[in-house]
Design a protein around this ligand. Structure first.
Ligand SMILES: Cc1ncc(COP(=O)(O)O)c(C=O)c1O
Length: 400
């Protein structure tokens, strides 16, 4: 009898973490490595949030809380949805977890039966398919190419829906492509969903605030209020307030789903860290200046990286609407050989050769379900980005 479960065999370790680990190993060997593979802001958590956490510790807020969030944090989250998304939610429709990741995990575990299908537009965030598989579901991938702006179309959504479809996962702005849906593009999808009353929408809005050039973020429940009773809107403080390590994410959904997710959480992690919950409350209720500051910095970096990569022979890099990633195509390099002698047969070979030969760590596109591409996270300093782009250009120029 095997000791490890069959369930575990269905999933793979995160390829983004694998790439970051390999980069760390090379750095430990003394190599000069530029890491463009991690998905977190390089800024510190704003001062008012750090102070709130210290005050929470001193006030003795160090005990168990309600399983899926303190009443005051849930109230702050309701306030955020009202203020920023024109959505009315009651605290009974709010759930708080250890990162947005736990909200997604809870939702899928609480709802999927064996063979239930979940539509996952590709390129996708690496965790969606594995979470679906772990919960016994079947991910149904729909390729959304560079030519389509990496966005799901109404026709492709309609074609992917079957009687077994339980969820559609949407992620706008997207990790890894940075693509975001404007109002009309989102409305085209919600119109399809209105015709399929058994399909629910899991919308991952974690990059909501990182949108550029005046882009107007929208979320499905806001665009189509008639869908609200089958939408789970997931969000969190990780990316908006540079709080990745604090581990607070939240969701808004019909109360019965929220209750089911809390039941699951009560038998696994219980409440998210009490101190982090007070910090998240301060983030949502406090001054919002940080959001604009970080947006400006990320837009500048996006422009630097897009321009630099489009100067590299063999690379085509579209300009994304949001997040802090670009997802260039390397179609023009496939079939060539790098200066170090690696045959660039696919995007994994490209990313490995780039790391070994130039010290720049990126993540290959196959990890996100759309090749031949690679993902650059530009959440690092302008100087590092300038140097990384120069190394990538040299690498591309050396391929033949
Ligand atoms: C698309 C997407 N969703 C969710 C998460 C998880 O965020 P959290 O830190 O809140 O768990 C990430 C983090 O990388 C992400 O990129």
């Amino acid at each position: 009898m095997a000791f490890l479960s069959d369930r575990l065999a269905r999933i793979k370790p995160s390829p983004t973490i694998a790439m970051t680990t390999r980069a760390a190993e090379l750095r430990a060997e003394g190599r000069d490595i530029i890491g463009l593979s991690a998905g977190e802001p390089d800024f510190d958590t704003p001062e008012n949030i750090r102070q709130a956490a210290k005050a929470a510790i001193d006030a003795g807020q160090t005990r168990y809380t309600a399983v899926d969030g303190t009443p005051s944090l849930k109230k702050a989250i309701c306030g955020k949805f009202k203020r920023e998304n024109a959505l009315d939610y009651e605290p009974s429709q709010i759930t708080v977890g250890t990162g947005g990741k736990q909200i997604l995990f809870n939702a899928l575990m609480a709802t999927l039966n064996d063979g239930d299908e979940v539509i996952v537009p590709a390129p996708y965030w690496v965790s969606y398919p594995d979470m679906v598989l772990l919960a016994g579901g079947t991910p149904v991938f729909v390729e959304c190419t560079l030519e389509q702006g990496f966005r799901l179309t109404a026709e492709a959504l309609e074609a992917a829906i079957t009687p077994r479809t339980k969820w559609l996962i949407l992620n706008s702005p997207s990790n890894p492509s940075g693509a975001a849906y404007d109002h009309d593009q989102m409305k085209a999808l919600t119109d399809v969903l209105l015709r399929h009353p058994n399909v629910w929408v899991l919308t991952d809005d974690i990059y909501e605030h990182l949108v550029f050039d005046g882009f107007q973020f929208v979320t499905p429940a806001q665009v189509e209020p008639k869908l609200k009773d089958r939408v789970l809107t997931m969000n969190g403080v990780s990316k908006a307030y540079a709080m990745t390590g604090w581990r607070i994410g939240y969701g808004a959904a019909p109360a019965p789903l929220v209750k089911a997710m809390a039941k699951l959480q009560s038998q696994s992690t219980s409440n998210p860290c009490s101190i982090s919950q007070y910090a998240a409350e301060a983030a949502l209720n406090g001054p919002q200046d940080y959001i604009d500051e970080s947006r400006e910095a990320f837009q500048r970096r996006r422009d630097l990286v897009v321009a630099g990569l489009n100067d590299c022979p063999g690379i085509e890099c579209p300009t994304p609407q949001g997040a802090f990633y670009v997802y260039p195509s390397i179609k023009g390099l496939i079939g060539k050989t790098s200066a170090g002698g690696t045959a660039l047969t696919d995007d994994q070979a490209f990313a490995n050769a780039l790391l070994e030969e130039t010290g720049v760590a990126v993540v290959f596109g196959a990890a996100f379900g759309l090749s031949p591409h690679f993902r650059v996270s530009y959440a690092t300093s302008d100087d590092q980005l300038t140097e990384a782009v120069a190394r990538i250009r040299k690498f591309c120029e050396g391929c033949n």
